[in-house]
Design a protein around this ligand. Structure first.
Ligand code: NAI
Length: 278
């Protein structure tokens, strides 16, 4: 694929995986609009990647805010031109236990991880469909969108939904000139655990010492053994180039996926047997 001179929009692009995607785009000569909720992180990424008037523009955006999203979308079109590469990547983890439920956490996690992805699609895909150029959308889900892995039940729900939405959108947009891929990262060395703590709304539960310990352990595990975000960025661009449906970041889950499929097959066989006997 020819990337030179194209325009990309990357949400959550100021840090972590999003920043890895930004770096991979810049290496290929793409002009990049970085959208992020953190003004401080945007300042840092601008200092790292170049002048605002140059090939990188930054936009403060909460992806869960529809009106703000539409405004930023229009601003990017004016500043850089037609967006043909969209990376719906912003996301937060949740750490609410089923014994301490509240609606604010549901709205918070779903608003960013799921509605935020949809808001990006609603903002940019209509123009992509009207465009004569090839376009591509990459939605960041997680391995937690394929398997239960103890990441928190709201997080799992949001990521399964992103996988389903991406697979369906890919099929619906086949032959339209808009490709769709879903990114399924395993552990990546980012500060997502720490960052999500700062973004938590006031109504979030106050964590017990045990939960804080679990989060600290998770943070150190990601930082020490997670895949580097720059490597993930390269994997993502390879998938865009070859229009691949799925982007993984490691090869360690196939036994667990097989086990899950075996359970599902067993349920189907059981249904067939039970209904035949009744
Ligand atoms: P990160 O915390 O390093 O980066 C996420 C960025 O998104 C931050 O700069 C943050 O300010 C921004 N952000 C958060 N809420 C936002 C909002 N409402 N609007 C706009 N920007 C917002 O996290 P990381 O690890 O780079 O995560 C990126 C994506 O990758 C997320 O969707 C996450 O769920 C997913 N992921 C990460 C994994 C990991 O191990 N780090 C594993 C699997 C999936």
């Amino acid at each position: 694929a020819d990337f030179e001179g194209r325009v990309a929009f990357v949400t959550g692009g100021a840090r972590g995986i999003g920043r890895g995607i930004v770096r991979a785009l810049l290496r290929r000569g793409v002009n990049v609009a970085i959208a992020d909720i953190s003004a401080a992180a945007l300042d840092e990424v601008r200092a790292k990647f170049g002048e605002p008037q140059d090939r990188v523009r930054t936009y403060r955006l909460d992806v869960s805010d529809r009106d703000a999203y539409a405004e930023v979308g229009a601003a990017v079109a004016g500043d850089l031109g037609e967006v043909t590469l969209l990376f719906n990547n912003a996301g937060v983890i949740d750490s609410v236990s089923p014994s301490r439920l509240n609606y604010r956490m549901w709205d918070h996690v779903m608003g960013i991880n799921l509605t935020g992805v949809y808001n990006g699609i609603q903002t940019f895909v209509p123009a992509m469909l009207a465009s004569s150029r090839r376009c591509h959308v990459v939605n960041t889900a997680s391995e937690a969108g394929l398997l239960e892995a103890g990441s928190g039940f709201l997080y799992h729900a949001s990521k399964y939904a992103v996988v389903g939405m991406s697979e369906s959108l890919r099929r619906e947009l086949a032959h339209s000139g808009v490709g769709v891929s879903v990114l399924l990262p395993g552990p990546v060395a980012t500060d997502i655990v720490q960052n999500a703590r700062h973004l938590r709304p006031d109504a979030a539960p106050v964590h017990s010492a045990r939960v804080i310990e679990i989060l600290d352990t998770a943070h150190h595990m990601l930082k020490e053994s997670g895949t580097r975000p720059d490597g993930v960025g390269e994997l993502v661009l390879d998938a865009v180039e070859h229009d691949r449906p799925y982007v993984a970041t490691r090869n360690e889950l196939s036994d667990l996926l097989d086990a899950r499929n075996a359970e599902l097959r067993a349920a189907m066989e059981h249904a067939e047997a039970l209904l035949a006997a009744s």
